[in-house]
Write a protein that binds this ligand. Structure first.
Ligand code: SF4
Length: 307
């Protein structure tokens, strides 16, 4: 069996920064460090940080006074920021700078008197954060159907922003529907979909040209990992999302010549290796890596954690 690895795959710069923030906070301030929400959507990452002394909570009222607090990579609404300020919690903000950029864009549009429309998935923490950052009501749409159902007059000045981890193609369709629906609309095309999401989606499309089956390493609640699996399916290749090698089913890969393997932006490379080992227990494997884009993006840590 040939195993072809997508390039790029796995950790993006926002995830690396978020994990670094928790690790460096533990080194600098000692345990426990409290993290609001999973720092990134990956159980393995969360468990590893828990073992080092991080404590994960869903809301700030679970954090004792004075405890070092980290906001996850997905961002938080203003109400959470204000509550932290009100309680005097020492906060390290691990919101990905590309998510913060969307917050700023949204605020700018609202400041210019436009009604803001967010293209994204209801209930995702990034969407909740963005909606709660702009300081005005935000209309959320996920599909063309949602656009048709918007109860906003056609001539209203509107602007749109998008969640950073959406499918490029689906988002283009929704943007086109918004442009048909409103006469005065501005927005950033698909550029809010971050570089890491775009690169991983392009790579998995390439992988579909050679692979008989696609395995995506990632968590079920990881938006960008789900999109990678969906692209495989769209391309007509059976595709499965798995946390690690323990979830691999032999019948998915038996008799297949080429297994395409990729990983979502929050999945560590050691889980990719874990899947390769699991494949190796089914059949002999030859591993190769696709040619693909090299990523060199790094984000700076918060000032208090820089060496
Ligand atoms: S997937 Fe994109 S937006 Fe999300 S953390 Fe990574 S770089 Fe940032």
């Amino acid at each position: 069996m040939r195993v072809v690895l997508a390039q790029p795959r796995g950790f993006c710069a926002g995830v690396v920064r978020a994990i670094d923030i928790v690790e460096r906070a533990l080194e600098k301030y000692g345990e426990p460090v409290y993290v609001r929400h999973e720092i990134v959507h990956n159980r393995h990452v969360v468990e590893t940080l828990k073992n080092k002394g991080a404590r994960f909570v869903e809301e700030l009222d679970e954090i004792p006074d004075g405890a070092v607090t980290v906001f996850s990579a997905h961002g938080v609404p203003q109400t959470v920021v204000q509550e932290a300020v009100h309680r005097g919690l020492p906060v390290l903000d691990a919101t990905c700078p590309l998510v913060s950029k969307v917050h700023s864009q949204g605020k700018r549009y609202v400041g210019n008197g436009r009604m803001l429309i967010l293209i994204g998935h209801a209930g995702h923490p990034e969407v909740e954060g963005t909606m709660g950052q702009v300081g005005a009501p935000v209309a959320l749409v996920q599909s063309e159907k949602d656009v048709e159902a918007l109860a906003i007059p056609r001539e209203t000045p509107v602007a749109y922003v998008t969640q950073t981890t959406l499918s490029i193609d689906d988002t283009r369709t929704v943007i086109a529907a918004l442009k048909r629906r409103f006469t005065d609309i501005v927005g950033p095309d698909i550029t809010d979909i971050c570089y890491a999401t775009q690169n991983r989606q392009s790579a998995v499309r390439e992988l579909c040209r050679v692979a008989d089956v696609i395995l995506v390493v990632g968590a079920k609640n990881s938006s960008n990992s789900n999109r990678l699996r969906e692209i495989g399916i769209e391309e007509g290749v059976p595709s499965y999302l798995i946390n690690d090698g323990s979830e691999l089913r032999a019948e998915w890969v038996q008799g297949k010549e080429v297994v395409g393997l990729t990983a979502g932006a929050s999945a560590p490379e050691e889980l990719v290796r874990h899947v390769i080992e699991a494949l190796g227990r089914i059949e002999d494997v030859e591993v190769e890596q696709m040619d693909g884009k090299k990523e060199h993006i790094e984000f700076r840590l918060p000032a208090e954690l820089r060496a």
